[in-house]
Ligand binder design. Structure first.
Ligand SMILES: Cc1cc2nc3c(=O)[nH]c(=O)nc-3n(C[C@H](O)[C@H](O)[C@H](O)COP(=O)(O)OP(=O)(O)OC[C@H]3O[C@@H](n4cnc5c(N)ncnc54)[C@H](O)[C@@H]3O)c2cc1C
Length: 357
């Protein structure tokens, strides 16, 4: 195994269309049987050399830029990432050890880089900081096929979706797992390339449609950006349209997700979170409230107690990270016996019954 830091200047093809070797700027040649394209947005092998078609998602997802800023760390860093809708997109806030990563993902059609900086600073209640504000342009979409001959595109070279659901690493993992399984099954040939290409494309399209629903279902009406997102019905696929119709028509969402295939990537609960979480429901006169008996079955006090007890099992994040950095096993550090098996407790509260019903 060799590792060399260099810039690839050319991709050399063989007569059968496969990639024979890579050539760096200093004239070194790297021959190989199989090549993995991890060249980021450059997509050096897949898009540039092989000319694989790119399917843009920009008709459905308007965001194409991000501006980022690092701010001071918190004393006790929260373990959650916050995503907040702003006038022309949304902002992330990710507490890390010793610093907080912030960014604003927005659409250049509606907002200039200067305006995005101002909005992000206002949102963070920061004065113009000493730290650099970095601007990152991006395209959202995917290549038509990730596995082409003796090459595989992985990561940003295969496509990109804005990080609203933080899906990039999961899609890398999915692509690799599918590739490894089918490369072996095909005796290390590209026999099953089309299967992998279809599955990976389907996963990207599935995530895209789930992301799209965040924008379509927004109830914000305070900027051109949000009004355009909400009224962008032309970009709705027939499958997503069916899911929306099912929700507003009080149909069987579980069945519709299965039939449309949209339940493969995000399960029923995820769709329930986004649909009800955005506050969109069928008209009030079409809703049938639960009977008193049904409502009484939801043990809200028990659920609250359960979560309070659950937190007792965990140490503050800063403490846990320090121990992990020392290579210590967190479970050895704290008594877990206080409340038995958390999963059993959860099931005992009726979650399993209510989600099945
Ligand atoms: C704004 C933004 C926010 C994100 N947030 C998240 C998130 O919350 N969660 C998540 O999972 N992911 C997130 N991602 C995605 C994450 O950044 C990517 O998944 C990850 O960086 C992918 O790595 P990569 O190797 O594909 O590409 P890159 O990290 O871009 O690496 C590509 C490498 O190829 C090199 N290269 C390019 N051309 C050549 C050449 N000719 N010769 C030699 N080397 C070359 C580049 O120098 C670079 O080092 C985000 C991405 C963006 C843009």
């Amino acid at each position: 195994m060799i590792w060399r830091d260099c810039t690839i200047a050319d991709v050399v093809r063989s007569d059968d269309g496969n990639v024979a070797s890579l050539l760096d700027e200093e004239g070194h040649t790297y021959a190989g049987d199989f090549f993995i394209d991890c060249s980021g947005f450059a997509s050096l092998i897949t898009r540039k050399a092989l000319g694989v078609e790119y399917r843009s998602y920009s008709d459905a997802l308007f965001n194409d830029r991000a501006v980022t800023l690092v701010t001071d760390g918190e004393v006790e860093a929260s373990s959650q990432t916050d995503a907040t809708a702003l006038a022309n997109g949304w902002a992330w806030r990710i507490p890390q050890q010793g610093r907080v990563g912030n960014g604003y993902v927005y659409s250049s059609r509606f907002c200039s880089p200067e305006q995005a900086e101002t909005e992000l600073l206002e949102h963070l209640a920061e004065k113009r900081p000493d730290g650099e504000m970095r601007h990152i342009p991006f395209h959202t979409g995917r290549v038509e096929s990730v596995w082409n001959g003796n090459t595989l595109a992985l990561g940003l070279s295969q496509g990109f979706l804005e990080p609203l659901e933080a899906t990039a690493l999961a899609l890398v993992q999915l692509t690799l797992a599918r590739f490894v399984r089918h490369y072996e099954a095909g005796g290390f040939t590209s026999q099953y390339a089309s299967v992998v290409n279809r599955e990976v494309a389907d996963a990207f399209d599935g995530v895209k449609q789930y992301l799209q629903s965040h924008f379509l279902l927004s109830n914000r009406d305070d900027s051109d950006y949000w009004r355009a997102c909400r009224s962008n019905s032309a970009a709705i696929s027939p499958e997503l349209k069916r899911v929306m119709e099912c929700w507003f028509g009080r149909g069987d969402l579980s069945e519709t997700l299965q039939e449309t295939g949209l339940g493969r990537h995000y399960k029923l609960n995820s769709w329930l979170y986004i649909l009800s979480g955005m506050g969109v429901f069928p008209k009030a006169d079409q809703l049938s409230p639960p009977s008193e008996e049904q409502a009484g079955k939801v043990p809200l006090d028990d659920i609250q107690t359960f979560f309070e007890k659950l937190t007792l099992n965990h140490m503050p994040q800063s403490e846990a990270l320090k121990l992990l950095a020392q290579g210590r096993n967190l479970h050895d550090e704290r008594e877990l016996a206080a409340m038995g098996d958390p999963l059993q407790d959860l099931l005992g509260l009726g979650f399993a019954v209510s989600s099945a019903g």
